[in-house]
Design a protein around this ligand. Sequence first.
Ligand SMILES: [Fe+2]
Length: 192
Amino acid sequence: MENNKSSTATISQNGNQSNGSSTKDSMKSSQLRELFEDGLKDIYWAEKALTKAIPKMVKKATSKKLIDALSSHLAETEDQITRLEEVFESIDKKPEAKKCEAMAGLIKEAEEIMESSEEGVMRDAGIISAGQKVEHYEIATYGTLRQFAETLGLNEAASLLEKTLKEEKAADQKLSEVAKNAINIEAAQADV
Ligand SMILES: [Fe+2]
């Protein structure tokens, strides 16, 4: 795989590459397309891994609000996998997953937190913290992929990715609310 970071990074949606020839532009565009497709494979793997990881978090959680937030995000994650398949389809590619080391690490960290914490509010707080790290990774990934799709003129892909981006942001916010309203205060009090 080619990996020319400097040229892909300078691509602008407005096309203001005054000194670039059209050949150079099309090279940049194909490199960006490659980066885009790699990113799709990566997040496709990550979402699939999450459909196995989230049920474990649900099992270990105690707070009803946390269980509800995680369960509804599990259903959403399944829809996001289908949506990613639609993105692949929109660019005439077969859905393909490539191991996402970052997500594998975040899931591993979540498992370690769950194993090492006492059941109840403390473990719930740990699950929220791990869950929010996952959401932030996804927000960063979908934000970038949507931008790449826009730059490449892949409008259908861009709007599908935007939809998922919004869901990830909402899921993150929901976890913040659970943390604020239920978990952290109780966890702090349990410590006193
Ligand atoms: Fe997701």
